[in-house]
Design a protein around this ligand. Sequence first.
Ligand SMILES: Nc1ncnc2c1ncn2[C@@H]1O[C@H](COP(=O)(O)OP(=O)(O)O)[C@@H](O)[C@H]1O
Ligand SMILES: [Mg+2]
Length: 286
Amino acid sequence: MTDQAEVLRRMVSQQHSDGPRIVAVTSGKGGVGKTNVSVNLALALIELGYRVVLVDVDLGLANADILLGISPEFNLTHVLTGHKRISEILADGPNGLKVLAGGSGLYDIANLSSSRLDAFAKAIESLNEFDFVILDTGAGIHKNVVSFAVAASEVLVVTTPEPTAITDAYGVIKVILQHNPESSIHVVVNMAHSPQEAELAAEKLNTVARQFLGKEIHYAGYILYDHQVVSSVAEQRPVLLAYPSSMTSRAIRRIGQGLIGTELREPPGQNRVQRFFQRVHRLLRV
Ligand SMILES: Nc1ncnc2c1ncn2[C@@H]1O[C@H](COP(=O)(O)OP(=O)(O)O)[C@@H](O)[C@H]1O
Ligand SMILES: [Mg+2]
């Protein structure tokens, strides 16, 4: 029997000249589970045979490293100031996951000269060896947050079923689509108390998006409220590793498999990583 992971891997490597898929995990409201989704989704993609780097671009509450129980010495600031190359500062997470810590230096992207940006874009060429770049962003519609999601083209919006979270998720989706109408938006409903509650929340979001933005939102799936997630955070071990057969781990694997099947088609012949950083630069500057 054909190994599914191998087939998937080949499908991705055919695309590989374009560079990795860049997926931003974002939300309207804070504390809805972005970092947990980012870290565990990254690990689920690794289980499927992909090479994944997690980049923490949450400028306010960078904490992917805490969830992974690692403490990288260097972050993107050191790359921007020319003191380090990205290949030198990629930290080792579990199972071969690579982690690029964020830090306040990302604000400086806005102030980079074009020549400096070119140099920076070259420096990040080492990310081309990956199949996926997962960006753990901050919450909300501030320019510094949304720029990463806009530039990524593929966005996973995390929400809970709470009306406030759904409303804020809609706000973020609206801003992202204003800047990038081609953006592929996926929604994960986290901390739901039943699949029905999650589906209802996703449907509400999709209804307003369809009506007011003329856009179809992909429902990427749900994660139920799970005390094992709370325990895994306390243990600083991602739930996928701490509780591999928990309902949350299975839910995240399903979301990862769904993502594999919905690749956004972009114009070929351009490198996604460079395009991404050029877009971030442009967006932050205005
Ligand atoms: N599915 C879940 N079930 C229970 N608690 C959760 C779940 N997802 C997240 N949490 C809780 O929410 C907290 C915030 O999650 P986090 O991923 O840090 O959110 P964000 O990155 O959006 O701020 C976690 O520390 C955890 O306690
Ligand atoms: Mg977070």
